[in-house]
Design a protein around this ligand. Structure first.
Ligand code: TNX
Length: 533
């Protein structure tokens, strides 16, 4: 609907109300008398939408009479509308009722009647004197549009207590859909354990930037973090410590279900990882029979990698994986189960090549497609697999990515020198690692997933993921310091079209996010290259 047509529905009272509530600074300049009027400024959004056109001299104002209007009565859109209304109520103190018809100038109208061409995640958003409307084809699309609307509203919309307002959105028309279907972040809960509440917080922040995958690194040398009923010592013993020797922890089935549901409610699919055949000291310490020599090693609380391996020549190893993958797959609603496969330096290479296909078959047996670190490309992963590139531009890693694609696998890009959130920003960053170099905000952002790996076909690129390894991160505020502000940049690389990417404009838009993180109490790194507002 064009703005001209929409005007006809604006009542005089609504116009007066809008005029009274809208602070001069929040609205585009009054109609210029000259023909050379400057265009209204576009709102600073991350990720940048496909198209965003400022509508001059118009604004939407959320007021005490505003409602959320949704005609669709299906459960999912109603749930999304409810989440949206809840947040508005918390921050504004307004009643914000959810109704099914009669959208007016003060209302937020949600519609799932958008064209199928919008896809599952696409949406259109218009804000002006006639009201605010988000149109999508699915409830998920409405949710993505809602994350945009939050950024169009004042930062205090993120508050959990009532704030003064005014709640104005400058006139705008947005049309948006993602470039890639896989836009993830990984949290390593093995090196340091994070509580369910901390993971939920991590999810809340990630979904602000339209991420849709949460890869949980659930097992490693330093701790086994997911309950497996058939192998209980994995958690009771193997999960008891973490890096540095402090007490670890693990997710019970109920805990994991809570995380999975919380994530799914926000359109974030959990990708569980059980790392094999290396990175397995916690399992080997818990069950002596998994070791080739039948002797369980002690628990490990250091930070070395590459020293452990499942015994690939023992039958019990595959019984073990069948049981573990079966129980984990039963709790994972998404299509993927990650079997690790990285840095198996203690597994003889021939054994590695034989092991991964057997492990992969156990993943597919339980109804999941295989995801694995790039090394699995050498093992001819089954069709539909996903290989996760973590190279730094070296030919070997790039070859593995191209090899995976040639075999019909999809590739998720996590270049360690760009997307690894545990790399220090610079030499004075208080924690983090630097094996892939220092990764400042600019370096983290300044690459194009479509051209990162020469001759990797576009159709083989599933998307991007920013892993947060936690050897040096013993609490969630340190994790946030490493993820923010870099994670939103990776999210933009996964969402926005290549033509919308560019450091100068991005750093300006990113600067606007700081005030939101302040409201949310995020411990973000105030990178000096960004003008924080
Ligand atoms: C490499 S890259 C790892 C992890 C470490 C990380 C630290 C990869 C698949 N594995 O085991 O935690 O570096 O940056």
């Amino acid at each position: 609907m064009s703005m001209t047509i929409r005007h006809r529905f604006v009542t005089g009272i609504a116009l007066l109300a809008a005029a009274a509530l809208v602070p001069a600074s929040a609205v585009a300049a009054p109609i210029s008398r000259s023909a050379t009027a400057r265009p209204a400024t576009a709102a600073a959004l991350v990720p940048q939408p496909v198209s965003q056109v400022a509508v001059k001299n118009q604004a939407f104002a959320l007021t005490s009479t505003s409602r959320v209007v949704l005609a669709d009565t299906a459960a999912e859109p109603v749930r999304v509308a409810g989440m949206l209304a809840d947040q508005l109520r918390r921050a504004t103190g307004y009643a914000v009722p959810l109704v099914s018809s009669g959208a007016g100038a003060a209302d937020i109208e949600l519609s799932t009647a958008g064209a199928a061409t919008l896809g599952a995640e696409g949406y259109q958003l218009s804000a002006g004197n006639a009201g605010l409307k988000i149109t999508a084809h699915t409830a998920e699309g409405l949710y993505r549009g809602w994350t945009t609307l939050r950024q169009l509203l004042p930062a205090t919309i993120e508050a959990s207590t009532v704030q003064p307002g005014p709640w104005t959105v400058a006139g705008v028309t947005i049309s948006d859909a993602p470039r890639y279907g896989y836009r993830g972040t990984m949290l390593d809960v093995s090196r340091h354990f994070f509580s369910v509440a901390e993971v939920m917080r991590y999810i809340d922040l990630a979904t602000m930037y339209k991420l849709n995958r949460l890869h949980l690194h659930l097992s490693d040398d330093q701790g086994w973090r997911v309950q497996v009923d058939s192998w209980p010592r994995l958690t009771t013993y193997g999960g008891s410590t973490e890096v540095g020797g402090t007490p670890g922890g693990y997710y019970t089935k109920a805990d994991l279900a809570e995380i999975v549901t919380y994530a799914a409610d926000r359109y974030l699919t959990v990708v569980p990882e059980i790392d094999t055949p290396g990175h397995t000291n916690a399992a080997l310490a818990s069950y002596a029979e998994l070791n080739c020599d039948g002797v369980a090693p002690p628990l490990y609380t250091g930070t070395n990698v590459g020293f452990s391996s499942l015994c690939t020549t023992k039958d019990i190893t595959y019984t073990f994986l069948d049981d573990v993958f079966g129980e984990v797959a039963a709790q994972a609603p998404g299509p993927l189960l990650h079997l690790g496969g990285d840095e198996a330096h203690s597994t003889p290479h021939e054994e590695y090549l034989a092991f991964v296909p057997k492990a992969a078959a156990l993943v597919t047996k339980h109804g999941k497609a295989v995801m694995g670190w790039q090394e699995i490309a050498e093992t001819q992963p089954p069709p539909g697999s996903v290989a996760q590139y973590w190279g730094t531009g070296d030919t070997r890693s790039q070859d593995l990515a191209r090899m995976a694609a040639a075999q019909g696998a999809q590739v998720v890009l996590s270049p360690a020198n760009r997307a690894y959130l545990d790399m220090k920003y610079n030499q004075s960053t208080p924690y983090g690692l630097s094996w892939a170099g220092y990764v400042d905000v600019r370096k983290s952002y300044s690459w194009d997933p479509g051209t990162l790996i020469p001759n990797l076909p576009a159709a083989s690129i599933a998307g991007v993921e920013a892993p947060l390894w936690t050897e040096t991160l013993d609490d969630i505020s340190k994790a946030e310091f490493m993820a923010y502000p870099r994670l939103p940049g990776i999210a933009e690389l996964g969402w926005s079209p290549a033509s919308a990417l560019g450091w100068t404009a991005y750093k300006n838009r990113l600067g606007g996010q700081g005030s939101r993180w302040d409201v949310l109490g995020v411990n973000f790194y105030r990178a000096p290259e960004i003008n924080w507002r």
